[in-house]
Structures are given as C-alpha cells and as structure tokens.
Design a protein around this ligand. Structure first.
Ligand code: NAD
Length: 468
C-alpha cells in the first residue's frame, strides 16, 4: 500500500494498485506510489468536467485561490523538500528553491490580467476579443523539476478558468501527489485532480474525450506521440520538449570571468535541465584556459546524496538515464574524445556521475548531436564565428542558447542569429515567470509563462454587438 494518495474530486484516494519509487542516491525503492486505474482516471476526468462550469465563472475567486495556493506551498516547503530530494536526487537546498519557485509562480500568475481587447467601438457596433477557457486540461510532466514544471501548467490553466488533471513522471510522482493534497485547501473539489502511474496513463490522458487541451513537458520522442494522439480530436497542445543548447564564447570573453556561470549553466541539477548548456563552442585560442577553469570547478564540486548538507550536485535521476549518459560518454571516448574530468560513475550505490568535460569531439559524435540530459559537456572549438553559429544551429533542437563576450551589442547580435526560443547573453538558465519560454523546431510548440503562456490556456472568442 502507498503512503501517498491520488487526488480525485477533492478527495485523497488510494490507487487501485501501487508502484515503487527509487531514491537515485541509493538505487533502492524507498516509497510506494498509487497506480491510477483507467476507471480512476475516468473519475478524475468526470470530476474536472463537473467542476468546470462553476470554476470558469468567477475570475476574482480564481485569483484569490491562486494566492492561497502560493501560501499553501510556501507553508509546506520544509515538509515537501525532503520528499522531492529523495525521489529526484537534487540537494535539499535546491529542492527548497524549486518549491519556493512554485509559490512565486502561483503568486505572479494570480496577478496576470485576462485581457478583453476592443477592436471596434462606435455608434453601430462594439467588437470585443475575449478569452475563454478550454475546459479540462491534461497536464503531463517530466522528472527533472516535477513540482515547478507542474505549477507552470496548473497556475495559468486555473487562472484562465480551466480545470486540470495532472500526471507526474513515474520516476518522481510523490512531491506532486503531496502538492495535489495540499492545494485542496485552496481549491474547490474537482478543479485540480492529480493521478500517478506509468507512461500508459499519460497516453490515456492524451486520448481521453474529456480533455480539450494538453500541456506536455518531456522528450521530443514522447512529444510527437502526444501531438499524434491529440490530432484525431483536435485537442489543443502546448509541447515543451528537449533541447541541445549551444553556448558560444566569443573571442573577447575573459575565460576566468565566464567559467563559473558556464559551469553552472551546464551542470545545474546534474545537467538535467531542458535548457542546460549541452554544447560549448570556444575559439581555439581560448580553449586551454577555459577548459582549465571549468575543470577546476568540476574537481571542486561536491557530488553526493542530496540529503547531505555538503552535496552541491545529486545523482542522475534514474537508471535508464544514468546508463544513457554513461553510454554517450563511452561513445565519446571511443570516437577520439578526451575525458578531462569525470567520465565514470562514483563507487558505491546510487546513480552518481561527477561533472564530465570532454574535448576533441566534433559534430557527428553522439554526445554532441544528441541531448545528453546529464552531467557531461562536450567543449568544441571554432575558428570562424559564422561557422560556429552555423554548427550551433545545425540541429533539430531549438530550445535556447547563449553567447558570451565583453562587447554586449555584438554578443546580442550573435544571440539573435541562434535558432531557438530563448537566447541569453553572458548568462544561461535565467528563466522568469514573466518571460515566455518555449522551443523552436523540435523543441516544442507554444510557450509557457508570462501573459503569452496564460493565453495558451484560452481560446479566442470574438463578441460582436450590434448597437442598432
Ligand atoms: P518523457 O517524454 O519520457 O516523459 C515525460 C512524461 O510523459 C512522463 O510523465 C511520462 O510518463 C509521460 N509519457 C510517456 N509516454 C507517454 C505517452 N505516450 N503519452 C503521454 N504521456 C507519456 O520525458 P522525461 O524523460 O520524463 O523528461 C526528460 C525530457 O524532458 C528531456 O528531453 C528534457 O529536455 C525534457 N524537458 C523539457 C522541458 C521544457 O520546458 N522544454 C523542461 C524539462 C524537461
């Protein structure tokens, strides 16, 4: 039996089955999560559909409820953070930050206007462009930032007047299930339902007749399946998918000044960030000093169990991902790459891989071309900037990217040439509640966050009023 429950129609309900959740710091199952059956998913969908008419009617009530959601999370950070650390692996302080971020996102979203635009208003007609909610939203999340990424969906979906059925990754269901339980004190029954189970549960959601909009964050491969599942019913989709972000260091950058930010741009959350730096392009002349500075940081960082206060980086979240990162590093070694730091798992249990820097690779090598989503960074050299930009763009991914240099105007001009949804200058991973975040090409469809993200949870309605 699970210690955790589904949230169906405002009630804490045990799953019809259960499944084990592994702590990646030990490799052992440490808790049981409820397995939602198809009948229970149907019940969640019916509850969300029943709650929709009442919830969608009163905007002010929804704003107040979102504020109360922020308060409820903030009050439970101490309770939720250890659960998140044990299922995800990240250090406790980082888990706390993720939860505080979730509260911040709720509070920010509560203040967003739902616009009514007036196209024409004269003695004959008044034409308004209004925003209506979709109805029931199916929200599906990955395992790297389970709580924060869930809130990126729940908060705007609810503000817009939708009701939600949320499904976390089977690798990290627990903090999200707790979140569902906690938020019931702020929300009417049925407005937010939380279910957990395997990938099949995700597929049931994306093909469920009650769902009008799917908001999905995960891999490109699954994102394409979600888009295909949505098509027959013309469900709306927002897809936040993988990335293979390039960072381009310019000739005028000071390696000592940029090294630390580059390091954390690549290795935050042990590299398990959709928009982490995944390829680093460096002018030939700067390679040696920059790699040395990065290597010093890599050697100095403390990798360990997130529950230990001294740990700065935790394990890779799950065994398949751990095996995949090691496979890519092994392939890099075989194809002539030099492993400057890391390259092998830490001894003892758990899925620990220390920060791994690899030089001597080029495009065509798997670690460069594929999304590693783990603590292994290829450092590539270039001679000609146009060539570097072309190589950075030579990918189906287009999530984000960054350019680093002393001349900000020039760096910003180069950043504008990157084919991606977010382009940073002298920073990476600066993600704000008020700025849209999404991917070009295979990295996604639509955006999250800010007014743009909110509008993704609405349909346009033109209201045309004849005055005579
Ligand atoms: P994944 O695609 O394997 O799984 C994501 C979610 O989809 C999980 O909840 C899973 O159970 C569910 N799922 C699996 N098969 C499904 C199906 N057929 N139909 C519906 N749902 C299904 O991704 P992951 O391994 O959990 O996460 C890592 C990926 O997520 C990386 O590629 C990363 O870049 C990406 N990501 C993107 C963003 C972004 O905002 N763009 C943010 C975080 C992670």
């Amino acid at each position: 039996m699970s210690d955790f429950t589904l949230t169906l129609d405002g009630q804490a309900v045990p799953g019809d089955g259960s499944f084990g959740v592994v702590n990646p710091a030990t490799g052992q199952v440490f808790a049981q999560a409820p397995e939602c059956s198809r009948a229970q998913l149907d019940a969640a969908m019916e509850a969300a559909a029943r709650a929709f008419p009442g919830w969608s009617r009163d905007e002010e009530r929804r704003r107040r409820a979102l504020g109360a959601c922020a308060d409820a999370i903030q009050a439970r950070v101490g309770e939720l953070a250890p659960v998140l650390t044990q299922e995800q692996g990240k250090p406790l302080a980082r888990a706390g930050e993720e939860l505080i971020g979730a509260a911040v996102w709720f509070r920010y979203t509560a203040s967003l206007p739902i616009p009514v635009e007036v196209v024409q208003d004269d003695e004959n007609v008044r034409v308004e462009v209004r925003r209506r909610p979709h109805g029931v939203v199916g929200a599906i999340t990955p395992w790297n930032y389970p709580v924060l990424l869930a809130v990126w969906k729940i908060a705007p979906a609810l503000l817009a007047g939708n009701t939600v059925v949320l499904k976390p990754s089977p690798f990290t269901p627990l903090a999200t299930l707790k979140l569902g339980e906690i938020l019931q004190e702020a929300l009417p029954p049925g407005v937010l339902n939380v279910v957990s189970g395997g990938d099949a549960l995700g597929a049931w959601i994306t093909s469920h007749p009650r769902v009008r909009k799917i908001s999905f964050t995960g891999s490109v491969e699954t994102g394409k399946k979600v888009a295909a599942a949505a098509a027959p019913d013309l469900k709306r989709v927002t897809l936040e998918l993988g990335g293979n972000d390039a960072a381009i260091v310019l000739e005028d950058a000071d390696p000592k000044r940029v090294a630390e930010k580059l390091f954390w741009g690549a290795f935050t959350n042990s590299g398990q960030v959709c928009s982490a730096i995944k390829r680093l392009y460096v002018p030939e002349r700067l390679q040696a000093p920059l790699v040395e500075a990065l290597a010093e940081l890599a050697r100095g960082v403390k990798v360990g169990d997130g529950l230990q206060p001294e740990s700065q980086l935790g394990p890779v979240n799950n065994k398949p991902q751990f095996d995949r990162v090691l496979e890519l590093v092994e392939d890099a070694r075989k194809s002539g790459g030099t492993i400057v730091t890391g390259g092998a798992p830490l001894a003892g249990g758990g899925y620990f891989i220390p920060p791994t820097l690899v030089t001597g690779l080029a495009e065509g090598s798997r670690l460069v071309d594929e999304e590693q989503f783990g603590p292994a960074l290829p450092v590539l050299t270039y001679r000609d900037l146009d060539d570097a930009v072309e190589r950075a763009n030579r990918t189906q991914y287009g999530l984000s990217g960054s350019v680093w240099g002393a001349d900000l105007e020039r760096a910003a001009e180069v950043a504008g040439r990157l084919e991606c949804g977010t382009a940073w200058v002298n920073q990476h991973l600066a993600i704000l509640p008020g700025a849209p975040f999404g991917g070009a090409k295979w990295s996604g469809i639509g955006v999250e966050n800010g007014p743009w993200g909110l509008l993704g949870f609405t349909e346009i309605q033109t209201v045309n009023i004849a005055k005579k």
